[in-house]
Design a protein around this ligand. Structure first.
Ligand code: AHM
Ligand code: MG
Length: 353
């Protein structure tokens, strides 16, 4: 049989392959199962939230009621910004009528938000930090949103949210959105880490890099050195080590998502250790540390408190905090070795009466 003549497709008609986020999510499932459809729809809603937040941020300095504080204090004891409130509500509104989620828990809310009974209720829980790096909002620097998806366990919704207090290994998806010069979405469903860039003219997140792998070692150490005298001696010893050795450079933006993104792509280590007064540090396990730990392990990196794998921690409360050391495997291990060495020396010291 003579084949019909094929139309000539000009080369380079597209800048790139143009894999959209929704196509990419579906490609990760074996078939068009109910789970594949749910997760794809959830990722589409997260992308919608990201576009709404990104659009507002791009005009924030021009719109009334966008920058600055609300005057309220959140459950973390931190002053709330208007963008925190807006972004928190965006996530709720994109999921409220979706039938995909049963509840949302956020850094900004004292208790989880349960989808009302008159709305369709799904079988997943979304945990999120709506605006990470809030101190950067008013000065037009990079900020982010972080999300983590878990499956509801059991039939009943536990009002105390005890069933959410499980280890990070229970996450079925995690990711973040970085609002920088472009808006970037990075996610994992447990099979690799993938990044997408928002093309504002299309309104679509387009695949930028698939199966990102973090270098085993990198030059960057990212930490707020203003806390130097608040830390335990082990962290001070590590910092003195990098000061004395060639090949290290410091980078710290005040927004975890941005600092993490640099390290994911170029290698290095981000640290937010505990202090003598606050040994649990600042960052929240469920909304910040666990989702990023899920991503870094998928990228062959490491995330630790210094003595424990982040994804093994079972929190005692929703807003639990944890020290975070995250990044390239060798760099995280180096920090851990300083902590473990110091703990050993401390345990060997004679107890004084
Ligand atoms: P936030 O989510 O309330 O903005 O707090 C988390 C942020 C991180 O993005 C960042 O790494 C850290 O807090 C900065 O804290 P500090 O100003 O103490 O260095
Ligand atoms: Mg945060």
């Amino acid at each position: 049989m003579v084949k019909p003549e094929q139309p000539v497709i000009p080369e380079h008609s597209l800048d790139r392959d143009c894999t959209t986020l929704s196509r990419h999510v579906l490609q990760q499932f074996a078939g068009f199962t109910a789970e594949a459809q749910d997760i794809s729809a959830i990722m589409n809603r997260i992308a919608l939230a990201a576009k709404l937040i990104s659009r507002r941020l791009s005009r924030a300095g021009l719109m009334a009621g966008t920058l600055g504080f609300t005057g309220e204090t959140n459950v973390q004891g931190e002053s709330v910004k208007k963008m925190d409130v807006y972004a928190n509500e965006v996530f709720i509104s994109v999921f409220k009528q979706s039938g995909l989620i049963c509840r949302l828990a956020s850094e900004e809310m004292d208790k989880p938000y349960y989808i009302p009974e008159n709305c369709p209720i799904g079988r997943y829980t979304l945990l999120y930090d709506p605006i990470d790096g809030s101190s950067n909002v008013d000065i037009n620097l990079n900020i982010g949103s972080i999300f983590s998806l878990r499956q509801l366990e059991g039939d009943d919704i536990d009002e105390e949210a005890r069933d959410m207090l499980q280890s990070g290994d229970k996450q079925i998806a995690a990711g973040y959105i970085l609002y920088g010069p472009s808006t970037v979405l990075v996610y994992s469903l447990g099979s690799g880490v993938h990044s997408f860039i928002l093309d504002p003219s299309l309104g679509e997140f387009i695949l930028a890099e698939e199966n990102i792998k973090i270098p085993a070692h990198g030059p960057v150490y990212s930490v707020n050195e203003g806390n130097y005298w608040q830390w335990e001696e082990s962290i001070r010893e590590y910092i003195r080590y990098v000061h004395r050795h060639e090949g290290y450079t410091a980078r710290y933006s005040g927004a975890l998502v941005g600092d993490f993104h640099r390290i994911l792509l170029q290698g290095g280590v981000f640290l937010y250790p505990g202090t003598v007064k606050k040994p649990e540090g600042k960052l929240r396990l469920l909304y910040e540390s666990a989702p990023l730990a899920f991503l870094i392990e998928q990228a062959q990196g490491k995330a630790s408190t210094g003595t424990q794998r982040i994804l093994d921690i079972v929190p005692e409360k929703l807003h639990a905090r944890t020290p975070l050391i995250i990044g390239s495997r060798e760099d995280v291990q180096l920090v851990e070795s300083f902590i473990q060495d110091w703990l050993r020396r401390k345990s060997e010291q004679p107890v004084t009466a």
